[in-house]
Write a new protein. Structure first.
Length: 92
């Protein structure tokens, strides 16, 4: 997964953190996701990516009005991306 715009991270105890990919050490809370299993992935509304992890943590990455906000790819997963302004017509 590549995140290119600010996003929200919910840690395992339910506290939300607003983070920006370009902030270096400020991204430390997200390191807790390393090695965690994904429980669910959903694309909502105009392209908000929601990822829930088994330990209760989660990510919410909304569409950006000017830039690509996220790109998701992986083994057994069709490549997905949300462009500037979001996208219409997501198939679920």
């Amino acid at each position: 997964m590549i995140l290119e715009t600010p996003f929200l991270f919910r840690d395992a105890v339910g506290e939300w953190h607003e983070l920006d990919p370009g902030t270096g050490v400020c991204l430390a809370p997200v390191l807790a996701l390393y090695g965690q299993s994904v429980a669910a992935v959903d694309v909502r509304d105009r392209g908000a990516l929601v990822i829930d992890f088994h330990d209760g943590a989660g990510l919410w990455i909304g569409p950006d009005p000017q830039f690509e906000s996220w790109h998701l790819t992986g083994h057994g997963v069709a490549s997905l991306m949300v462009g500037p302004g979001g996208e219409d017509g997501w198939d679920r």
